[in-house]
Design a protein around this ligand. Structure first.
Ligand code: DSN
Length: 444
């Protein structure tokens, strides 16, 4: 086979990759679950390790030729154990959803009750949402946040006592306050449930010491590796000492649930290698600084948005994300703000807010995060400016209101998109965003 690089072999794909790079270079990635990986992580991810089959685990593979793959996986395992302080980890899950599904397979039988944060309240699909297999194969018992955006611990305990769940999830995709792991641990122990902490969003903050660790309180911990942890897409499942005490065979059960009895086949070895690199990076003093700066940035951004007259769920943040409550401008308006900000070079996502008067597809809030822009080196000074720009864009499109019927909505949103494409204010902000970005290069 002739040696040809991507541009020579497939110019169409090469151009699209380049276009995406340019979009990122001159825009602000502020979706809280995204980040910019290091060149070393990308090199490992794009390596020849992708070619190898290695079903099984180090020392116990089905195929030959895994001498070096075993070493890669062992390095990833050892680094994860050290970074989080746990006795056991499985580094093979392709991503967060299969990792969470493996936890169900390892611990429950179909029909068992499972408690998780309600999706519109900030919970994840895989924590028992009705449209996900976790909410149909198991008995879903949702819990909620209060009007003020904080988890309702007293109600959560009452729900647990009433439904006696076998497994309780603590973790979210849209929760801006510190997770009360200790209190959840006590509730799980009281009803004899497994406590599973899904720390996908905050894993990097936990390693950096910018968020409390769930390790003393949870039996199992799952995380993706591509959010604040700043690795490739992928996931980890960890078992704590507390988990092994509850069930000494828990680690073996998790391994089996990932492969062969679960949803996965051969591990993605290039991904495992890149996870190992990211974990090594995450254990440096620079990363500890980075994690703390993510939170500082989010808090300054929160103050800046509030000073502009915007309303935040729970009034601020303890972590890397903010939720702006757009109900003062009308219900279901998140879609307009998301698209207008995108047009202005600021990428965030529409999101439900607690007690959202609209729906997950047309929610009444937006979710903003600081991990990726902090990777670029932006600090408090830039957060104040970005907060002003975000507010300017929101006020610019505040008159757009979501129509009642599906047909009207389609027409209205089409017209809205036409209008924002030529809006001078959005163009002006986009120009300023691009100027700012020039001083903060991407890591690759
Ligand atoms: N899609 C992820 C997020 O954005 O939070 C969760 O899986």
């Amino acid at each position: 086979m002739e040696k040809r690089n991507l541009k020579q072999q497939d110019p169409e794909i090469a151009e699209l990759v380049e276009a995406e790079l340019q979009r990122r270079k001159f825009g602000l990635e502020m979706i809280p679950s995204e980040n910019h990986t290091s060149p070393a992580v990308l090199e490992a991810l794009g390596s020849i390790l992708t070619d190898k089959y290695s079903e099984g685990y180090p020392g116990k593979r089905y195929y030959a030729g895994n001498e070096f793959i075993d070493k890669v996986e062992n390095l990833a395992r050892d680094r994860a154990k050290k970074a989080f302080g746990v006795p056991y980890v499985n580094v093979q899950p392709y991503s967060g959803s299969p990792a969470n599904f493996a936890v169900y397979l390892a611990t429950l039988t179909p029909g068992d009750p499972v408690m998780g944060l309600n999706l519109p309240d900030g919970g994840h699909l895989t924590h028992g949402w009705k449209a996900n297999i976790s909410g149909t194969l198991y008995k879903r018992v949702p819990y909620f946040v209060k009007e003020d955006g904080y988890l309702d611990l007293e109600e959560i305990r009452q729900i647990a006592l009433q439904h006696k769940p076998k497994l309780i999830w603590v973790g979210a995709t849209a929760y801006v306050r510190e997770f009360p792991f200790k209190e959840f641990g006590a509730i799980a122990d009281e009803v004899g449930a497994y406590l599973v902490a899904d720390i996908a969003h905050i894993a990097g903050l936990v390693i950096a010491g910018a968020h409390k660790s769930p390790v003393p309180f949870a039996h199992i911990i799952t995380t993706t590796t591509h959010k604040t942890l700043r690795g490739p897409r992928g996931a980890l499942i960890m078992v704590t000492e507390k988990g092994l005490k509850k069930d000494p065979e828990l680690a073996e059960k998790i391994d089996k649930a990932v492969f062969p009895s679960g949803v996965q086949g051969g591990p993605h070895n290039h991904q495992t290698a890149a996870i190992a690199v990211a974990l090594k990076e995450a254990m440096t003093p620079e990363f500890a600084e980075y994690g703390k700066q993510i939170v500082k940035n989010a808090q300054v951004l929160a103050e800046s948005l509030k000073a502009e007259g915007l309303q935040l769920v729970s009034g601020g943040t303890d972590n890397h994300m903010l939720l702006v409550d757009l109900t003062p401008f009308g219900r279901g308006t998140g879609v307009f703000v998301q698209d207008a900000l995108d047009q202005a070079g600021i990428t965030i996502n529409k999101n439900t807010i607690p007690k959202d008067p609209s729906s997950p597809f047309y929610p009444s809030g937006i979710r903003i995060g600081t991990p990726a822009i902090t990777t670029r080196g932006m600090k408090e000074k830039e957060m104040k400016i970005i907060g002003k720009w975000i507010a300017e864009v929101i006020f610019e499109v505040k008159h757009y209101q979501l129509p009642e019927t599906k047909e009207e909505r389609i027409k209205y949103i089409k017209q809205f998109k036409k209008e924002i494409a030529v809006n001078p204010k959005l163009k002006e902000v986009k120009g300023k965003v691009a100027e700012l970005c020039k001083d903060f290069p991407l890591p690759y």
